[in-house]
Ligand binder design. Structure first.
Ligand SMILES: Nc1ncnc2c1ncn2[C@@H]1O[C@H](COP(=O)(O)OP(=O)(O)OP(=O)(O)O)[C@@H](O)[C@H]1O
Ligand SMILES: [Mg+2]
Length: 344
């Protein structure tokens, strides 16, 4: 499959009073046409910064792309002028954020907010744009769209607002849609509905999606491939089946172990011990080493390369070195792997 987006050796820093925060440290991945790639990882691992860099939405004051390329259809987005980038954001790549209220304008009707980019970027007439707005609201499952386009955001419930945000993001038929935790601000039932909607849309529209989430259950549900981030790097990437049924990085094991398992009733939720690295002083070796019960001496000294597990599956852990001792994933991981196989 053809790549729509390629991120190559991306390094991003923030200049703060305390010093240089090396937030993204050599990230590589590609997004194929029509696929959904999930990015997972603990808070602070660099998921949002990576995708904001793609959208060129990093704070201009203190952020810096130190190195790397963000190739969209072969063009390096990092090198475009603001004006060129604005056009890309209006037509080719759009983003949905966590909190629908912050991405909507409270003083403008929902219809107007959907129509505006259509009139501006696609030279649509007002009548055509209104028709499209109604269509889009229907597409995202909002009842009585003809009536709803005349209403303001506060007249919508949280879940319905997020549907409006998705409709706006889809208005220009973007080639890439980035969803940064689009459901976490919503309650559980509404979360499930929005995820159903995203899955449904994925079938109906021909868009590549990057889906950021904390929740591995969501990944299994919506994604084709998954990238696991830790300390500003991708530590494992592969198809959902590869990462869930054959995880290689001890951090991925930790994430899988911390998923609630339905069969155990009163079991305490596992949490990975320790804290993420301080990216003001990134560690010399594998950033996960201090929290990794399988860490070896080399983990403290040298960063592991991405070892190849299959043509589509890679993981950055020294455990994959041919000379490393053979380590099995812990029982908690295996039991959850069995559970996935049962539910898929
Ligand atoms: N404006 C900023 N100034 C300084 N540091 C920042 C800024 N924005 C992000 N960072 C740092 O960059 C790193 C990655 O942050 P990012 O927001 O990408 O994390 P995340 O994976 O999206 O986490 P979460 O799950 O909480 O959304 C963190 O260490 C964070 O402190
Ligand atoms: Mg984030």
């Amino acid at each position: 499959m053809e790549n729509i987006l390629e991120v190559k050796d991306l390094n991003i820093s923030f200049h703060t009073f305390a010093g240089e925060v090396k937030a993204i440290r050599g990230v590589n991945f590609e997004l194929k046409k029509g696929e959904t790639l999930a990015i997972v990882g603990e808070s602070g691992s660099g998921k949002s910064v990576t995708t904001k860099a793609i959208m060129r939405l990093l704070p201009p004051g203190n952020s810096e792309i130190k190195q790397g390329e963000i190739l969209f259809e072969g063009k390096d987005l990092a090198k475009l002028t603001d004006k060129q980038m604005q056009k890309i954001r209006g037509q080719d790549i759009s983003m949905i954020f966590q909190d629908p209220m912050t991405s909507l304008n409270p003083t403008m009707t929902v219809g107007k907010q959907i129509m505006e980019p259509l009139i501006k970027h696609q030279n649509m007439s007002k009548t055509a744009a209104r028709e499209r707005a109604v269509q889009l609201l229907k597409l995202v499952g909002i009842p009585k769209p003809e009536l709803r386009i005349k209403q303001y955001p506060h007249q919508f419930s949280g879940g319905m607002r997020q549907r409006v945000v998705i409709a706006i993001a889809l208005a220009c038929n973007p080639k890439v849609l980035i969803a940064d935790e689009p459901t976490t601000a919503l309650d559980v039932t509404i979360q499930a509905q929005i995820l159903e909607l995203m899955k449904d849309l994925q079938k109906k529209i021909d868009t590549s999606i990057i889906f950021i989430t904390h929740d591995l259950g969501v990944v299994a549900n919506v994604a084709d491939r998954v990238a696991v981030m830790y300390g500003g790097k991708i530590v494992e990437i592969g198809t959902v089946d590869e990462v869930f049924y054959n995880p290689q990085h001890p951090y991925t094991w930790g994430l899988i172990s911390s998923m609630p398992s339905l069969d155990a009733k009163e079991e305490e939720l596992y949490a990975i011990p320790g804290t993420p690295p301080n990216l003001l002083y990134p560690p010399k070796g594998d950033a996960f080493a201090p929290r990794n019960e399988y860490a070896m001496q080399i983990d403290l000294e040298e960063q592991p390369p991405m070892f190849k597990v299959s043509d589509t599956h890679y993981a950055a852990t020294w455990l994959l070195h041919p000379d490393a001792p053979k380590v099995e994933p812990p029982e908690a991981v295996k039991s959850r792997m069995r559970k996935f196989m049962g539910t898929k």
